[in-house]
Design a protein around this ligand. Structure first.
Ligand SMILES: Nc1nc2c(ncn2[C@@H]2O[C@H](COP(=O)(O)OP(=O)(O)OP(=O)(O)O)[C@@H](O)[C@H]2O)c(=O)[nH]1
Ligand SMILES: [Mg+2]
Length: 449
């Protein structure tokens, strides 16, 4: 496997289509570089080309292909499939060390990049063509993202979802090269994948689906227990600072890293200092440009936390020159999963990195946004007040009667409403409370039932 070499080396490939300007193109390649780094590879260079589209059988033109092959040590031409010699890296990668084919001799002191990583989704045949010309293992953006999710998923639910997305990504690529008996795709693909044919993949997917449904019934149960609670979800592009805000607002130790996709699972914590009723904050998985569709679907359930929130805090890194494109991506993913109906507020994060002129410009463009820095405690307390005010505006006052026989419900009352005053008569405790209408209605039902 690739762990045999110290750090795998990779070259990036970007195609700039006419609809993409220079800044966006560079930002996209830079982002790909960070993704590749998250995967544990070292980026040693990149090759860019302006082309009309990304649909050609060879993603790069002949000249650029040669330039790339010069870096990777390939021949620069798309050789016929049967003649493809396997590099050592690919041998290792495909776990086919006992193959009878000749291994092309590689000089290990001159380390060539073992991976070519393309900033677009490629068809299986584009991948094969590029592999033949470069002698390197080719991954596309989708493959990289799926692989990151695969390596970093923590909870059982996330693991199941990612394995499903990964099998769906691998399946068509296996099919097209199956005359060799099915081969492994994607770095670190589990050994068991090597021999999986499509039927086995289908069976495995069905099995995963059943397991996932069981896990999801559990989490649905936990979620419904949180119904009518005051819920805020932090959503937005990867690396925008959602987990940093989560930490600052809740005092929890969620993972914060200058890394794409540091968070893959939803975490729910209580806003601190605690309010009455308490406000719950969820930290969620970040979005990214060209998030593979299967992953969007897979993460619908992880993100259903967000769907059930009363308020979405839409976090953006305001110091990023491409923040608007990131905002757009986040909006469209939320739309895709149906979360665009939830009320939301834009949070312009990392304002500590923005100068005065830029700040004024941003505020003019987004007059309703909340500008802040997750690193400034005073900004975080102001955000806390904003959240409290948001819920307070919808709260109403009411009177609840708690019969002496139902004293056990007092905890529930304190959890979902604020008790303003308390009296008692022969029937029980009489509480004047303030809370959201839905929560009060539910409490009344429990008290009556
Ligand atoms: N200067 C500055 N850096 C920040 C701020 N907020 C977050 N960061 C940094 O941005 C990086 C990413 O922060 P995270 O909180 O992990 O971002 P995230 O949105 O949770 O990212 P993912 O989990 O990958 O989706 C970290 O290095 C943080 O320290 C801020 O307000 N100012
Ligand atoms: Mg995070």
């Amino acid at each position: 496997m690739e762990t045999a070499s110290p750090t795998p080396l990779a070259v990036l490939v970007g195609i700039q289509t006419p609809d993409v300007d220079d800044i966006a193109h560079e930002a996209s390649l830079e982002e790909l570089g960070r993704l590749v780094k998250t995967l544990g590879y070292e980026v040693v260079g990149s090759v860019s080309q302006k082309r009309e589209g990304t649909g050609a059988a060879s993603i790069l033109g002949a000249g650029k292909l040669e330039e790339l092959a010069n870096i990777t040590g390939g021949r620069g031409i798309i050789t016929p499939i049967v003649k493809t010699p396997m590099t050592k890296a690919r041998k290792r990668f495909e776990g086919a060390a006992n193959s009878h084919e000749d291994i092309e001799e590689e000089t290990d002191d001159l380390r060539r990049p073992e991976f070519v990583i393309v900033d677009h989704e490629l068809t299986p045949s584009q991948i094969r063509n590029l592999e033949r010309a470069t002698g390197a293992q080719v991954l596309d953006r989708t493959g990289v993202i799926v692989e990151i999710f695969h390596r970093h998923a923590n909870t059982r639910e996330a693991k199941l979802q990612v394995e499903m997305a990964r099998l769906r990504y691998v399946a068509p690529r296996l099919r097209e090269s199956s005359n060799g008996g099915g081969r492994q795709q994607g770095p670190g693909a589990g050994e068991s994948n090597l021999s999986l044919d499509r039927r086995k993949i289908r069976d495995r997917l069905a099995e995963l689906k059943t397991q996932l449904e069981a896990v999801q019934r559990d989490s649905d149960h936990r979620r419904s227990a949180r119904k009518n609670q005051l819920r805020v979800a932090l959503v937005g592009y990867t690396n925008a600072g959602k987990s940093s805000l989560m930490r600052a607002l809740t005092g929890s130790q969620v993972l914060v890293q200058d890394k794409l996709f540091a968070t893959l699972d939803t975490t729910v914590r209580t806003l601190q200092p605690e309010t009455r009723p308490r406000i719950l904050i969820s930290d969620t998985v970040g979005f990214i440009k060209q998030l593979p569709h299967d992953l969007v679907a897979s993460f619908r359930s992880t993100l259903s936390e967000a769907l059930e929130a009363s308020l979405l805090l839409f976090v953006v890194d305001a110091s990023d020159p491409t923040y608007e494109a990131q905002l757009e991506v986040s909006r469209s993913v939320l739309h895709e999963i149906g979360a665009d109906v939830v009320p939301s507020r834009l949070v312009l994060n990392k304002m500590d990195r923005v100068d005065e002129a830029r700040r004024a410009e941003l505020l003019e463009k987004h007059p309703d946004a909340i500008p802040l820095s997750a690193h400034r405690p005073e900004d975080v307390s102001a955000l806390r007040e904003t959240l409290i005010a948001f819920f307070e505006a919808d709260m109403v006052e009411d009177v609840l009667v708690l019969p002496y026989a139902k004293q056990g419900l007092i905890g529930e009352i304190y959890e979902s409403a604020r008790v303003l005053s308390e009296d008692h008569d022969e029937t029980g405790r009489i509480l004047t409370v303030r809370g959201l209408p839905g929560a009060l209605a539910r409490l009344k039902r429990s008290l009556a039932g």
